[in-house]
Ligand binder design. Structure first.
Ligand code: URA
Length: 271
């Protein structure tokens, strides 16, 4: 909201009066004298008038966490421990998750209380690469590389997945780089090649990699460089139109897909 509006709201004055205060040089935002009434401020800014606190300003939190298998990517859960339970910070209840992982997936999870920062990152079409280590129940055929690069058509969402990079590491292990985040995307893609994911681990999100010295269950604050590196320079392309390149005709009424798209992905524990 604009600074004059915030002052009016917190000080019970009119906006005209708030503007006069600002023009008189009485208002500081984060310790800096502010002479513009239309500057944008949010709940994180520390605002004073004549050295009196109008708004203390919440701490902005940016966290990386090494999610272990078995922990739920949720802020609350009646039955299981959540990623929030692993964090030891007085303001942890203000956090939200930036891109969830399934319960039986491990690896890098980001959390923040700054919705402006996380919103572009959680957009399904956000192009920041996410890298996963995948283990499957059967050998990964070499043709899978081309199939992942071409994309899979998902009838449920009526879209074709963006080209993904699959690097086969061994008979049943691969590294997969995705440029979008769809529901159970990795498992569903492997399902399409008749394979089941038996272990999944997220190594990195964009330029931020899970550090080798952060053990499962561990967390730390992101540093300023990491926070800025994850801020998208350009907003994500909106709408599915650009990427709905139908590689396969849509299923005819009554026709069933060869592979279930949202069904059982073959993992022993719940998702
Ligand atoms: N894709 C999946 O199928 N599961 C995850 O947890 C993340 C990506």
């Amino acid at each position: 909201m604009k600074l004059d509006r915030l002052l009016a709201k917190h000080r019970g004055m009119g906006r005209k009066q708030a503007r006069e205060l600002i023009a008189a040089g009485s208002v500081h935002v984060d310790g800096i004298l502010q002479d513009r009434h239309d500057v944008e401020v949010d709940r994180f800014h520390h605002v004073t008038t004549n050295a009196e606190t109008v708004q203390a300003g919440q701490r902005r939190l940016f966290i990386m966490l090494h999610k272990p298998v078995g922990i739920v990517s949720a802020t609350k859960d009646a039955d299981h421990r959540t990623v929030i339970d692993l964090i030891d910070d007085p303001d942890k209840e203000t956090l939200h998750i930036v891109g969830r992982l399934d319960r039986n997936t491990s690896g890098l999870v980001l959390l923040t209380n700054d919705g402006n920062w996380s919103k572009p990152l959680t957009h399904p079409e956000h192009k920041v690469p996410k890298v996963y280590l995948v283990e499957t129940d059967r050998p990964i055929p070499p043709e899978a590389v081309a199939a992942f690069a071409e994309g899979f058509y998902f009838h449920t969402e009526d879209l074709t997945t963006r080209p993904a990079t699959l690097e086969i590491l061994s008979e049943r292990k691969a590294r997969l780089t995705l440029h979008e985040g769809r529901y159970h995307q990795v498992k569903r893609m492997f399902h399409r090649i008749g394979n089941r994911v038996v272990a999944l681990h997220r190594e990195s999100i964009g330029p931020v990699r899970l550090p080798a010295d952060l053990p499962p269950g561990g967390w730390r604050f992101l540093d300023a460089r990491e926070i800025e590196a994850l801020r998208p320079q350009n907003p994500p392309i909106s709408g599915d139109s650009l990427r709905r390149i139908l590689k396969f005709p849509a299923l005819a009424p009554g026709e069933t897909s060869k592979f279930p798209e949202n069904g059982d992905f073959g993992l022993a524990s719940p998702r």
